[in-house]
Design a protein around this ligand. Structure first.
Ligand SMILES: Cc1ncc(COP(=O)(O)O)c(C=O)c1O
Length: 432
C-alpha cells in the first residue's frame, strides 16, 4: 500500500546502519534497550513523528525513545535554544535566566494540580536520580524510613529504587536496601495489609506511577490513586506520584494527577520535559519543605548537572512548546483517534485487551487458545514485520506499548496503525 510517511527502500538493516552498528559492537557493553538491539538500525535524524535511519529509510515512531521525544524529532526551537545557550554558558548551579524561566514555567503548570501547592522544584538529569531524591525528601520530612511501591511498577535502576521495582529486573542484584516493600497494583486492601504485616510501622512514602508504563501502560482501577493517597496520609506517610512518563501532556492532561483528581505531596518528572536532553525533577510544596532537613540543607539535594543553564534552556524550550501548542489537548484528541483505530485490530485472534489514555496506548498479544501472553518468537516476527513496513513499535513484547511523540498527526497515527494491521495479517498468515 502506498504510504505517505513511512518508506523503507533498503534491506534492513541497510548497509550504512550495518556499518555503524559493526563499529560500535566491539566497544559497546551489552544491556542497551531491547528495541535498539532488535532493530539493528542507526538513526540519523527525524522530523516530528518520523525517524530517518542512516540509509534514508523513514519510520513512523510509535516509541519516542519510550516517551522522551514529546515534541518530536528535529524540533528547530529545541535546536535553537540549545545552540544559543551552549554558546554562552553551559554549567553551574548559579541562578540563570534559563533556570528562572524554566522554574516559573514548571510552577505555572504544577500549581494547577489540586490545591495548587506543588510549586517548588529541584532539577536532576535522570529519572532514577529524581525518584531517589523524592524518597530521600519523604524520609527527611517524615523522619521515618520505609517505602512501599507496587507490583509492575518501574522507577529506575539505581539501587534505592531497584528495591521498589515490581518486576524481575532486580533478580540477581540483591541484597537491596531494607525497608522497601511491594504491594499488588490496584488493590487497596492489600496495601493496608502490606503496611500492617510487612512494614515496621515507620512508613515514609508510598510511591506510585499513576499509569504503569513499563508494565504495559496499565490504567489504575477507579479510585485507586485517591485511595493510595488517603492510606499514605492515614499512616503519616507522603504520597509520591512518579510522573516520569505520564507527565508533560502524554495522558491528555498535563499531569496524570489531574486526570485522576489527586494531588501528590511530591511528584517526579523527566523524559518528555526536555525532548531528549537529560532533565528530570522533583516538585513539592512549601509545607513539605518547611520541615525536611537534611534534604533542604545547602548541597544536600543538588547534583552536578541538575538545572544547569544548558539543561534548563532545553527543558524550558520544550515545555514552552508543550504549553503553547497545547500538546496535552492534542494528545487527548489524537489519542482517542489512535485508540479507535487500534480497537479495529481486535479482529485478530491473538489481540487481547486494547487500552489507552491520551498517547499512552497498549495492545496485549495473547495465545488465541490459552489467552496466555503470545510466545516471544511470534512477537519478534511482528516487530520485524512492522519494521520492514516502516513502523517502529514495541511489538517484540506481548504487551505492546504505544507512546508516539505528542506531535503525531492524525494521518501519521492512522498510517502507523495501517502498518501494524498489515504486519498482524502477516503474523496471522504465518500462524495458520
Ligand atoms: C515511571 C518511571 N520512573 C522512573 C524511570 C527512570 O528514569 P531514567 O531511565 O531516566 O532513570 C522511568 C524510566 O523508564 C519510568 O518509566
Amino acid at each position: 500500500m502506498a504510504r505517505q510517511f513511512a518508506k523503507v527502500s533498503s534491506s534492513l538493516p541497510g548497509p550504512r546502519s550495518r556499518a555503524i552498528t559493526a563499529r560500535e559492537q566491539p566497544y559497546l557493553a551489552p544491556g542497551i534497550q531491547q528495541i535498539s538491539t532488535l532493530a539493528g538500525l542507526a538513526f540519523e535524524g527525524g522530523k516530528g513523528a518520523v525517524l530517518v535511519d542512516a540509509d534514508g529509510n523513514r519510520f513512523l515512531d510509535f516509541v519516542a525513545g519510550i516517551g522522551v521525544a514529546s515534541i518530536g524529532h528535529g524540533h528547530p526551537a529545541l535546536a535553537e535554544a540549545l545552540m544559543r545557550q551552549a554558546s554562552k554558558l553551559t554549567s553551574g548551579s548559579y541562578a540563570s535566566e534559563a533556570r528562572a524561566s524554566l522554574l516559573e514555567r514548571v510552577a505555572s503548570q504544577t500549581s494547577q494540580i489540586g490545591s495548587g501547592k506543588l510549586t517548588r522544584t529541584m532539577l536532576y538529569s535522570g529519572g532514577a536520580e529524581a525518584v531517589e531524591s523524592a524518597l530521600r525528601l519523604a524520609r527527611a520530612h517524615t523522619k521515618k524510613h520505609e517505602a512501599i511501591a507496587f507490583w509492575g511498577g518501574f522507577h529506575g535502576k539505581t539501587t534505592g529504587v531497584l528495591a521498589l521495582m515490581g518486576s524481575d529486573f532486580k533478580h540477581g542484584l540483591g541484597p537491596l536496601p531494607a525497608g522497601n516493600y511491594l504491594s499488588p497494583w490496584g488493590d487497596l486492601e492489600m496495601l493496608e495489609r502490606t503496611i500492617k504485616l510487612s512494614t515496621t510501622g515507620k512508613l515514609a512514602a508510598i510511591l506510585v506511577e499513576p499509569i504503569q508504563g513499563t508494565a504495559g501502560n496499565l490504567l489504575p482501577p477507579p479510585g485507586f490513586l485517591k485511595g493510595v493517597r488517603e492510606i499514605a496520609h492515614k499512616h503519616g506517610a507522603l504520597f509520591i506520584a512518579d510522573e516520569m512518563i505520564t507527565g508533560w501532556g502524554r495522558t491528555g492532561r498535563m499531569f496524570a494527577q489531574q486526570l485522576y483528581d489527586v494531588e501528590a505531596d511530591i511528584m517526579t518528572f523527566g523524559k518528555g520535559v526536555a525532548g531528549g536532553f537529560p532533565v528530570a525533577g522533583v516538585v513539592t510544596s512549601d509545607a513539605v519543605l518547611a520541615d525536611a532537613e537534611p534534604w533542604t540543607k545547602p548541597s544536600f539535594s543538588s547534583s552536578s548537572y541538575g538545572g544547569s543553564p544548558l539543561a534548563s534552556a532545553a527543558a524550558d524550550a520544550c515545555t514552552k512548546i508543550v504549553i503553547e501548542e497545547r500538546l496535552d489537548q492534542h494528545a487527548a484528541r489524537v489519542g482517542e483517534l489512535l485508540l479507535g483505530e487500534l480497537n479495529r485490530l481486535r479482529r485478530f485472534a491473538f489481540v487481547g485487551e486494547v487500552r489507552g489514555q491520551g498517547l499512552m496506548c497498549a495492545i496485549d498479544l495473547v495465545d488465541p487458545k490459552t489467552r496466555a501472553p503470545l510466545a516471544r518468537p511470534d512477537c519478534e516476527f511482528l516487530f520485524r514485520a512492522c519494521l520492514e513496513r516502516g513502523l517502529l513499535t514495541m511489538s517484540y513484547s506481548p504487551r505492546i506499548r504505544i507512546n508516539p511523540p505528542l506531535v503525531i498527526t492524525d494521518a501519521e497515527a492512522r498510517e502507523g496503525v495501517e502498518i501494524l494491521e498489515e504486519a498482524m495479517a502477516a503474523l496471522e498468515a504465518r500462524k495458520s
